[in-house]
Design a protein around this ligand. Sequence first.
Ligand code: NAG
Ligand code: NAG
Ligand code: NAG
Ligand code: NAG
Ligand code: NAG
Ligand code: NAG
Ligand code: NAG
Ligand code: NAG
Ligand code: NAG
Length: 678
Amino acid sequence: MAAALLLLLALFAHHPGRSHAFNLMNYVCNNRTSYGINSTYQSNVVSLLGSLATNASSSTVGFATETLGAAPDQVWGLALCRGDVNATSCASCLSLAPNITFGFCRGVRDASIYYDRCLLRYSDTDFLADPDAAAAAAAPVPFGVNKDINITSNPGQYVGLAADLIGALAGWAAHNSTRRYAAGVITSGEGFATTNRDLVYSIYGLVQCTPDLAPGTCQGCLGRLRDSMPRLFNGTSGAQFTAVWCNLRYEVYPFYDGSPVVNLVAPPPPAPASQNTNRTKGSGNAGTVMAIVLGVLVVVLASAFIIYIWRKGQAKQYPKEDEDAGSLLFDLTTLRRATANFAEENKLGHGGFGAVYKGFLPDGREIAVKRLDKASAQGLKELRNELLLVAKLRHNNLAKLLGVCLKGQEKLLVYEYLPNRSLDTFLFAPAAESNPLLDWETRYRIIYGVARGLLYLHEDSQIKIIHRDLKASNVLLDADMNPKISDFGLARLFNGDKTTTVTSQVVGTLGYMAPEYAVLGHLSVKLDVYSFGVLVLEVVTGRRNTDTCFESELEEPGNLLSYVWDHWLKRTPLETMDPSLDCQAPESEVLKCIHIGLLCVQENPADRPTMLDILMMLHGQEASFAAPSKPAFTFAYSEMMNSEERDNVSGGSGNQRAAAAAAVFSVNGMSVSEFQPR
Ligand SMILES: *[C@@H]1O[C@H](CO)[C@@H](O)[C@H](O)[C@H]1NC(C)=O
Ligand SMILES: *[C@@H]1O[C@H](CO)[C@@H](O)[C@H](O)[C@H]1NC(C)=O
Ligand SMILES: *[C@@H]1O[C@H](CO)[C@@H](O)[C@H](O)[C@H]1NC(C)=O
Ligand SMILES: *[C@@H]1O[C@H](CO)[C@@H](O)[C@H](O)[C@H]1NC(C)=O
Ligand SMILES: *[C@@H]1O[C@H](CO)[C@@H](O)[C@H](O)[C@H]1NC(C)=O
Ligand SMILES: *[C@@H]1O[C@H](CO)[C@@H](O)[C@H](O)[C@H]1NC(C)=O
Ligand SMILES: *[C@@H]1O[C@H](CO)[C@@H](O)[C@H](O)[C@H]1NC(C)=O
Ligand SMILES: *[C@@H]1O[C@H](CO)[C@@H](O)[C@H](O)[C@H]1NC(C)=O
Ligand SMILES: *[C@@H]1O[C@H](CO)[C@@H](O)[C@H](O)[C@H]1NC(C)=O
């Protein structure tokens, strides 16, 4: 084949993410033949590029092909914008092409140029004559890989999941999209270790064909790319094929602008038995001990098996995870037996919506059973459907809802049991027993995990969920201190207003509640962002938002937000850091978290970032963040009080006023299931 100059750039120098800059991904100057400066061919190329940009951006599918001039100076061209790019962006992106055409590919008669949001090819041969044939013809396709993050655990499985996602996207793009475009995400319950320290749970991908391809050709074209992924991309976290007729890309972070149309959940990996034992049994000692343990284990397992078989004939079967909706329904008798009929000594606590009991299923699995103590506004059937939807949500940063049981007055939710209780028990432990487990690295991981869980609820899951009651006590920690958001979907279940933006029933916890929601009942994902911001600041400072003893120079009584804001203005934000975090915490990360926290608690919901923005920020540099405006911190202690209470306490000191305000709702840390907004 003629010498093709493939210049594969060092792709992805840093996460380009959702910045609206256009990133040059690759270009190919096929310098087999050349044209002279100021030749007719050159002027044809100039006109063609202009016309392609105009025509593609005004087309409904972001695509145009064209030919210009007469032999021997005839030129053929094609332009395509990514499926989630609007006309304005499409035109801006394509307008960059001449820089390459008359730069790197100067004098070259055939070139392809790939930006992240658009691509373009021109040639002196008619490559447009039969797109389906051209797309079907096998040719090596240039690719680039993300070198910033590599996958270190199970790379083969990771690239397999990426290929699964691409396969599903290919089907969608070929058959369901006139733009021949699909973006999606696949989420795995098991995280993959990476060369930076974050575990990766989700892979984001997109595929696109030119819209003039027949569905079968498009799917075939993408299928060939997909098939070469395991060989080419083993160990890389993100990669892309740049080609004209079909292209694809995947990354560990969301890099496309639109919403994913395909959400996949990876099947749990078939974990080797030895690994499981390792995990549940903790570290073993000497080999002899191991042998004895194994011997005993065999006997126990054998008898357990016999008992199980015997019981199976009598008792009803309890459901297993990841089966059909029907099996998410638990039997009331099973749950009564599991919790010793909701015995007081099995009670773990009482949350916003009911008491929680610890229990054991007949197979030995530990569970937490939440017994809802309030009649739902919904009918039983709707509640059941709603619960089943929520129960199907799967993300490693969500407490796993194993199933539900609805019978008569009993409404029970069955969760996985997490031994390490909730974040608040660690975070706000008295200084004397400050917990060595909660070092900065763990805190950062918790912030990151909660952000991922919320992103999943907001954007990636099949049903969009606003949590409405995110707080430290709703963040549970597993044995490895990974965060799991609990009680998600409950607010939605309880008032059944899934789509309305103004709700009459406010659910949440004072101090974590965004002002527009608490006062006006305005409902949007941004209220979770607000709560997330409060949580981040609590994690960094180790102090409760509801604490009232903050030294403050402001007129108003100090609270956590005003305290942090105060220091932010004085350019001393690092002084708010939890003193139990020694100097080990990297300042840049602490600063990044404080900055993100403040951006999240801004008064105007529109100013607050989305969870997607937040994840991008956690990957990015603090210097590039927007400056935060004053947080909505005055609300909790002044606006919320009605005039009577305000009069009653106006003579008191700041702390008294604050205490009184808290007393009005008597909600220090407890969920308020419901009160009427004013
Ligand atoms: C074309 O590519 C070949 C090899 O890649 C190179 O030696 C040659 O200088 C190039 N010609 C032009 C005009 O760029
Ligand atoms: C090409 O055209 C431009 C403007 O007409 C002129 O300035 C330049 O000298 C020409 N270059 C050649 C190599 O003819
Ligand atoms: C593309 O745009 C040009 C004008 O810029 C117009 O004359 C032409 O018809 C358009 N071609 C197509 C295929 O729409
Ligand atoms: C087009 O998309 C860009 C970037 O996503 C955005 O900034 C711009 O507001 C959009 N324009 C229109 C008209 O929607
Ligand atoms: C053109 O490309 C070069 C090399 O990539 C780059 O340095 C320059 O900024 C680009 N110019 C424009 C206008 O994009
Ligand atoms: C990832 O792997 C590639 C190739 O194996 C290597 O060049 C690169 O330095 C690695 N990146 C990191 C961050 O380790
Ligand atoms: C991927 O790499 C891992 C380890 O580097 C290896 O065990 C596995 O066989 C590789 N898979 C493929 C499909 O090459
Ligand atoms: C097309 O979309 C429907 C839902 O809108 C989906 O169920 C179906 O799987 C999609 N088809 C493909 C091939 O992805
Ligand atoms: C198994 O246990 C050893 C020793 O406690 C530990 O180092 C290792 O990480 C564990 N492996 C797994 C998969 O949990």
